[in-house]
Design a protein around this ligand. Sequence first.
Ligand SMILES: Nc1ncnc2c1ncn2[C@@H]1O[C@H](COP(=O)(O)OP(=O)(O)OP(=O)(O)O)[C@@H](O)[C@H]1O
Length: 866
Amino acid sequence: MASSGHMTTIIDLTHDGTVLDAMESTCNDLHACNPHRDVLSELSSIASTQSEVLDTAEQQQQKHQHLRVYLRVRPFSKDEISSNEDQGCVVLENARTVMLHAPKGSATMKSSEKGVGQAIHTFSFSQIFGPETKQADLFEGTIKSQVHDYLEGKNALVFSYGVTNAGKTHTIQGSQKDPGILPQALDVIFRHIKGRQYENMDLKPYLGSDAQYLGPDQVQQERNTKAAIFALLKEENEPPRVSGVSSHSSSTGSLSFSVSYDNTVEFVAVSSGDRSQFALWVSFYEIYNESVYDLLQASPASKTQRRTALRVCEDSAGNSYVRDLKWINVHNSEEACKILRVGNKNRSAASTKMNHSSSRSHSIFTIKLLRIDGTEVQTMSELSLCDLAGSERCGKTKTFGERLKEAGNINNSLLILGKCIAALRSNQSDRMKNGYIPFRESKLTRLFQSIFCGKGRASMIVNINQCASTYDETLHVMKFSAIAKQVVQLIPTKCLESLTPRLVGRDGKPLLKNGVIDDQALENYLSEEELLDEDDADMSILPQEDLVNVIENLRAKLLAERRKNLVQEIDIRKEMGDAMLQQLMESEELRNRQVAELKESYQEKLENTFEMYKDALKDHAYQRALERVEDDYVPLEEFIAEQEKVEALEQKLSEMERKLSKMEHKLSGSSMVPTRENSSQTQSISQPPPVAMQEGLTGQYTISLGVDSISLTNEVSAGDVLTAVSKDAEQRKLLLKESAMEKLGEQKELIVSLQKRIAVLNDALHEAGERFFDKTVEIETLHKKLADQAQELESIGKGNLEKDKELALLKEELAKLSQKSPVQSKPKRGFMANIRESVTSPRTSTIARTLRKSVRTTPLLKRPFH
Ligand SMILES: Nc1ncnc2c1ncn2[C@@H]1O[C@H](COP(=O)(O)OP(=O)(O)OP(=O)(O)O)[C@@H](O)[C@H]1O
């Protein structure tokens, strides 16, 4: 088991970068998280003159370090041991490393059995404090060095983090025998300022980081408040009062502390020439459900009355503070512990009344130490000890309704704290990154933003129990701690020392700077005050007549501001109106252009389609005709040759007929004896054509008619020959006639078939004509449609014109508005709300509707062409 004993200061430097790098990155982060220029410029100058500042390794360590995260393991209670909670879940490896072993049945073990995640986790811390660790050892090993810095004028913040019942309150407040780090710190502080206390109560912390000079009546008021608070404890059995600060005894709740510091060393060597005095003021408040309550304010007796929630504000230096929070001047640790007791009492009374556990709220005890030299406040440092609410998550606590809201808010604060820490870590690991850190998203982080941003040192004491039943939550806490441990803090010692708190008078105005009234500073301060949000300026402590003056001034400023805002609003409205009109006109023009283009393209498409159909029709008709002609195609030459043949045959026929008639005529006129002469005549007659009568050797006549020849013998008479010839001619004539008729028939058939084909072609043509007619009708319909759409467009155009008129009216209205006196209008609402209204006003909605309507009509035009 680890024990602390005397611890040397533990400083964790980043392993992945040099000190210079880390300082630079932290400086960037400071820019991101705090806009206060004074500090930032000084921090930046620190970063730029690092070589001067970082003289020694010791100085480096002081200026740049990881957030210190300590682990404290609570011992088992008897009940826990008897209920078998000890299953070896927490194993301390050494003073800095701890191993967590998931017990059977835990969600972590189940996940690891499914192959998701591990059953054993190792975590390292700045220092681990085991179950046997004494409170004194814990103080020694954790916040002692912070208290040391605090006494030297630096701010410090200590968180105790963990699930409920893990020992957070025990760590901070402790018990009678084992006082926690808070009473020990108080004791150390009072030991340090012993004999140098500023007894007058007239210098008091003011706003975030200033000090205020109180008048006698205000001092008396402070005394009364303190007495009233202590009176709350009167009813209780007060523990025996130990006289003197050196008694080292204190108490919290119903417990009293008995602190012994045999092993504590004297913190600050007091030089003989140092005549500084110290004043200590304490406050105690809680954050519950994202509301801040003063624990030194007795909660109302009536159940129906609500506690007053305090506001978190920022002073001109950007420091957050709780407005109207009671600050009590304490002169010894006993008084401080009384304050703690009163706070605890009020806290538990409030939680009982509200039926919630006090572990659901974050409680913050703050000690402000003013180092006073004469009448000047040299430094003011702040030590806050924050006992965070139990970090268990909603699912585990099975919360409903109000409880769920409560758990949500608690977890929200812790969640935001986790987010801030993770964002700080992420920004520091990536120097180029300057990510948003959500300090302002919860009261807790908002109040301690400045500490995280370098205006002090923060440390976290993580408390865990070793119970198997809460293992999963404990693991969650450890994971959070692992991230927190990686956050690097820059502690700008020098510049913080130079930030002497401003001293303000009873009216809240600065009095002194380095002991002298500084007119310039006064003016600056006033102008800064003017810039403050009215919520952020704490005026509650001013006398009544001053308050009236302040109110008057504020009213005048408010009026001027409202006037300015209204003028701005009108300007913006006008600009917006112009911009909208411009936009409307542009969109109108665009739409018109689109419509024209659309129309053109449809017309073109229509014409193209018409041409296409026409061509297709022609093609079709031509193809059909071609097909039919091909079927009955007779080559022209063949046809001409045939005709010529027919003509030749007809000629021959008519020749033959002529000859025959001549011959018949001759034969009938005189009996003709064929002689040589005759025969030669015959021959001459028969020539040409190739008809010849040749006398054969045997007195045989051969009459040749073309190809055929008829042979006649000498014995046959001429009459017989003629008869035969005429018969033959007759026959030939018949034959020729027949063949001519045949040919004629064929020609007729051809003509008939051609006529038929022409009829078919006519049919096709007719059919095509009909189709053409259909298409024409279709095209006409399309034309009609187009005309309708054009009409529709026209009506849209008309609508737009109306809208234009409407807009013009709007503009006129705006112009009238701008002419009116801004004060006459009611500028009660915020500037942004008015702008928002202008955007969402019904008139604007009309325009928006018009725009939507016109947009809606556009698809109509895009209907596909059927
Ligand atoms: N280191 C310790 N040694 C002995 N007892 C301890 C130690 N830490 C805590 N306890 C005891 O454990 C119990 C729970 O501790 P404590 O109230 O401090 O837890 P807590 O985390 O503050 O719980 P809550 O969130 O409810 O306030 C107390 O009875 C306390 O006395």
